[in-house]
Design a protein around this ligand. Structure first.
Ligand code: 2HG
Ligand code: ZN
Length: 430
């Protein structure tokens, strides 16, 4: 990747959408390519310039515009940091329907542009469901006002969906209207061990059935992921006695009745223990213990970065097949790499990470295209929640038929005929 000159533009003060519009109008008239940038926390190079693009950094467009306590609808600018929105809503007795490890620096405009999934999608659904409206600036500087605050609006094509997950290739998200759920105060977190993958799957099915409406997260990690966190992050302790279990599950419930919710979860855990689905487990006794359990799961990407070079894959797969890929990859790579699997089991989303001492072309050719072919063969997606960005754009055909990619290219051509918005991202380069 070559990096030429960079002009970093930060929008700010008042009337910022007009500034974004002017920047794009100017760049479009001069055929200057633009990279919209939020918190720059993406994992596929979607917000980094490739050659000499102009970066439009959105961080100063960080105002909360309105919040309606009756409907729970928040309207804010695209540069708001997710954690600031979470804190704002907390004070109002509400929560964001989205939570991710990068919350301290990622921005809502970037979250929407990448259709970020995160840790609680199993409960609250994707941004396609929660985002009610957007204001977007197109490549030619035109401002498109789709900033509705209605739950229901069937007047024609719902164009905002084109921009959710388009990774800044169709327009820059300047404002977002989002539906936020009320904050419920009874939260329980359990950290459980399973001896085999089949038990993890059965546990998921049982959790959906028995915990029902209070289930708010179902995350999994294998023993190699836990080892990484214990070895590379300071102050992290295994909540369970040091027997080696093959898999660990983090279950969170969120509800409105402490006694009822606790009984429901305890009943479920007892049943799962008796059925042999879990071999050990700990139920957090207070908020500190609950956050220490979460810290293990959320700390895996950081531990991987500390361990050396890492090849990252973010795959959607049928739950019953998901871990077969991790095992096949281990067989392929034998001792040359540490292959770890973790992710959002409740959403069928595997984070397959391959950790090595240093990047090595020989190892890469063992991994790719095998990982993409395997995913395609099992009708999965090569990007569940991280997007395609620069790094996976050329692999789009593993997940989308040619006719669909052609239609995407036509839409891109119509909205951005000069191709100035986030070039080399999402669509194949050639
Ligand atoms: C997570 O779920 C993130 O922790 C990052 O999506 C995953 O780094 C990764 O592979
Ligand atoms: Zn994830």
């Amino acid at each position: 990747m070559k990096s030429g000159w960079r002009l970093q533009i930060q929008t700010g003060c008042t009337n910022t959408k007009a500034q974004v519009s002017q920047i794009l109008k100017y760049c479009n008239s001069r055929c200057l390519a633009v990279v919209p940038q939020g918190g720059n926390t993406g994992l596929v190079g979607g917000s980094v310039p490739v050659f000499d693009e102009v970066i439009v950094n959105m961080s100063l467009m960080n105002n909360i515009i309105s919040f309606d306590k009756v409907s729970g609808i928040l309207v804010c600018e695209g540069g708001c940091i997710l954690e600031n929105l979470i804190t704002f809503l907390d004070n109002q007795g509400f929560i964001m329907p989205l939570d991710l490890g990068a919350k301290g620096s990622c921005q809502i405009g970037g979250n929407v542009s990448t259709n970020a999934g995160g840790l609680r999608l199993v409960r609250y659904g994707s941004l396609h469901g929660n985002v009610l409206g957007l204001e977007v600036v197109l490549a030619d500087g035109n401002v498109i006002d789709m900033l509705g605050t209605l739950r229901k609006d069937n007047t024609g094509y719902d164009l905002k969906h084109l921009f959710i997950g388009s990774e800044g290739s169709l327009g820059i998200v300047t404002k977002v209207s989002i539906l936020t759920p009320p904050k419920l105060f009874s939260v329980n977190v359990a950290f459980l061990a399973c001896s085999d993958y089949f038990s993890c799957q059965k546990l998921l099915m049982e959790a959906k059935r028995k915990l029902g409406e209070i289930l708010s997260a179902f995350e999994f990690l294998d023993s190699k992921s836990l080892d990484l966190v214990l070895n590379h992050l300071d102050g992290v302790r295994n909540p369970l006695p040091p027997t080696v279990h093959k898999f660990y599950i983090l279950i969170e419930t969120t509800g409105s009745d402490e006694t009822y919710d606790r009984q429901k979860l305890e009943g479920f855990l007892l049943h799962a223990m008796e059925a042999g689905l879990i071999s050990d487990g700990a139920l957090a006794q207070d908020i500190n213990q609950a956050s220490s359990f979460w810290h293990i799961r959320e700390g895996i990407p950081e531990a991987l970065m500390k361990a050396g070079a890492v090849y990252k894959y973010d795959l959607s797969l049928p739950v019953e097949k998901m871990y077969d890929l991790v095992e096949e990859m281990r067989t392929r790579l034998s001792d040359s790499a540490n292959v770890v699997g973790y992710g959002h089991l409740g959403d069928g989303n595997l984070h397959l990470n391959i950790s090595t001492a240093q990047y090595d072309d020989g190892i890469l050719t063992q991994i790719e295209p095998f990982v993409y072919e395997w995913t395609s063969k099992h009708h999965g997606s090569i990007s569940a929640e991280h997007g395609l960005g620069l790094m996976k754009a050329n692999e789009i055909f593993y997940s989308k038929p040619t006719a669909t990619v052609s239609l995407m290219a036509s839409i891109k051509k119509m909205l951005d005929p000069k191709g100035i918005l986030n070039p080399y991202k999402v669509l194949p380069h050639s």
